[in-house]
Write a protein that binds this ligand. Structure first.
Ligand code: CP
Ligand code: NVA
Length: 304
């Protein structure tokens, strides 16, 4: 494995499989791993709010016998109080790994470049690899296989969508993306995802959610305005109004299609309450699996 986990692209297909195999073991036999990372410390350096990412990493570290230190947005004031270089060098003297949640993706790359400690991308404006890995693991758990299945992503071509595109491409899952004009994933991301998949998975872009969900096994969405885009929220509500996952849309997918959302969710916007709270919703399994998959990632990266 590479030193850091910045993007799904950093992982080979085999490494993803190995992470999932270890995740299975961690879920089956939690106590066996209770000292796996004894003496290790993880720093969580967050410039944005978080529930799942912070708590799943902190609790995961605790369950592996290690420690976690959380640094909230105001504490380090990355790049303002101190340069990324100096923060990376200093934290590497104390900690074995750093999870960075930030705005510009460049910040994660810079942190990884200067830190001797392992750096894990805990979400940037560009990507959210830990989320996508937990999502694919969850789909595999529910459907037994991901290869040849189709995920319909309805909404913004954002960080979560980008990482899902790379993760689907790596694991052979087809992905349909439906976004309003102007909000589709970047052309460069699409061409990279297509290159990764090398024909093993199909990636299709739609500007209509109805066409995108047809024959899908999984329907996924995320908020219309991500963290940092709060000022655009009202304008985005108008642009995305026909891109809600609701009962009518779900009825066009395969019967029993899984409903997924990385959370936090806005009921009544990107997803209706009856759908996210319905019987095919696996959103809290996804949230739980964040912790199990990240424990596997931490073991793999810290015990190389
Ligand atoms: N899905 C996710 O990353 O949630 P948080 O923003 O709460 O960490
Ligand atoms: N796209 C969302 C994901 C939150 C987990 C955001 O960046 O705010």
């Amino acid at each position: 494995m590479k030193k850091d986990l910045i993007s799904i692209k950093d992982l080979s297909v085999k490494e993803i499989q190995d992470i999932f195999t270890l995740t299975d073991q961690l879920k089956k036999n939690k106590s066996k791993f209770s000292k796996a990372l004894a003496g290790k410390t993880l720093v969580l350096l967050f410039q944005k709010p978080s529930n799942r990412t912070r708590v799943s990493f902190e609790v995961g570290m605790y369950q592996l016998g290690g420690n976690a230190v959380y640094l909230s947005p105001g504490e380090i004031n990355l790049g303002v109080r101190e340069s990324i270089h100096d923060v990376a060098k200093t934290l590497s003297r104390y900690a074995d790994a750093i999870v960075l949640r930030t705005f510009e993706h460049q910040n994660v790359l810079e942190m990884a470049k200067f830190a001797e400690a392992v750096v894990i991308n805990g979400l940037s404006d560009f990507s959210h690899p830990c989320q996508a890995l937990a999502d694919i693991y969850t789909i595999k758990e529910k459907l037994k296989t991901v290869k040849g299945k189709t995920l319909a992503y309805i909404g913004d071509g954002n960080n979560v969508c980008n990482s899902l595109l790379f993760a689907c491409a790596k694991t052979g899952m087809n992905m349909n993306v439906a976004s309003p004009e102007g909000f589709a994933p970047e052309a460069a991301v699409l061409s990279e995802a297509k290159k990764i998949s090398a024909g093993s998975a199909e990636i299709k872009i739609f500007y209509d959610s109805v066409e995108a969900v047809k024959n899908s096994d999984v329907i996924y969405t995320d908020v219309w305005a991500s963290m940092g885009q709060e000022a655009e929220a009202e304008e985005r509500k108008k642009a995305f109004k026909d891109f809600q996952i609701n009962a009518k849309l779900v009825s066009l997918a395969k019967k029993g299609a899984l409903i997924m959302h990385c959370l936090p969710a806005h009921r009544g916007e990107e997803i209706s309450a009856d759908v996210i709270d319905g019987k095919n919703s696996v959103v809290f399994d996804q949230a739980e699996n964040r912790m199990h998959v990240q424990k596997a990632i931490l073991i793999k990266l810290l015990k190389r």
